[in-house]
Ligand binder design. Structure first.
Ligand code: NAP
Length: 220
């Protein structure tokens, strides 16, 4: 039975991913900041992705275990609707800490767990808002943090390809969650099922691509 670890599995897209993989017979490790408060799917793991000590403790707890898919999904969108005049440097740094730096630090901490697995996949929930080619303006903090995530994963893909580790960044669509809001286009099932099918379908050696949840490739 393959194993997946999903961050931000307490609610929204991450929780739905956990439910779908669990229903598909996978062993699911639901990484949440506060497992006691969210009734996690599968095996709970306490993890605040922005806290180096929490990442180290999670890596220690998982030492020697294979992780077939490490799905970095946790994210924040602090500057939703904010104008340039309202941006705060502290929020911008926090956006980078959680959306850009944390996923790479977690991958580094769990690299040998993934390398030891059969499937060896790293998935990242990014956003179309991190695409320079598709930029429609605004959201300086969120957009730049996701664009930087995309660049960091592009480097990771190149570094890890010789070890047979495949990486993919995925736009989940505009999804009805706490972050996406009630007026968004699609529900978490459509988003998570679509992204799961992209990740499940990655061919041997296929790495370093940016996909929409429906399988369409997106421009960087
Ligand atoms: N919804 C959309 O339309 C949309 C569009 C494009 C991209 N995305 C991306 O999709 C991903 C999931 O978004 P969502 O819509 O499901 O958002 P959401 O409903 O707001 O959920 C965010 C998740 O991230 C977790 N999280 C935030 N900070 C964390 C931290 N420091 N450590 C651990 N977990 C943390 C939250 O945990 P807590 O419960 O502990 O707060 C929660 O599980 C994000 O990366 C987001 O940027 C979403």
């Amino acid at each position: 039975m393959p194993t997946i670890l999903i961050t931000g599995a307490s609610r929204g897209i991450g929780r739905r991913l956990a439910e779908l993989y669990s229903a598909g017979g996978w062993e699911v490790i639901s990484a949440c900041r506060n497992p006691a408060g969210c009734d996690p799917v599968g095996e709970p793991l306490a993890l605040d992705v922005g806290d180096a000590g929490s990442i180290a403790a999670a890596a220690k707890a998982l030492s020697g275990r294979s992780i077939d898919v490490l799905w970095n999904n946790a994210g924040i969108y602090i500057d939703k609707g904010q104008a340039l005049k309202d941006l705060r440097a502290e929020d911008w740094l926090e956006s980078f800490r959680i959306n850009t730096i944390a996923p790479i630090m977690l991958c580094r901490a769990l690299l040998e767990n993934v390398a030891a697995s059969g499937l060896r996949k790293l998935a990242f929930t990014t956003s179309k808002m991190g695409s320079v080619a598709l930029n429609s303006g605004g959201a300086y903090e969120y957009r730049s943090s996701k664009a930087a995530l995309n660049m960091a994963v592009s480097s990771l893909a190149q570094e890890l390809a010789p070890r047979g580790i495949r990486t993919v960044v995925l736009h989940p669509g505009w999804v009805r969650t706490d972050m996406g809001g009630a007026g968004a286009d699609i529900d978490t099932t459509q988003s998570a099922a679509g992204m799961k099918s992209v990740v499940d379908g990655l061919a041997a050696g296929q790495t370093g691509q940016f996909f929409n949840y429906d399988g369409k490739e997106l421009p960087w």
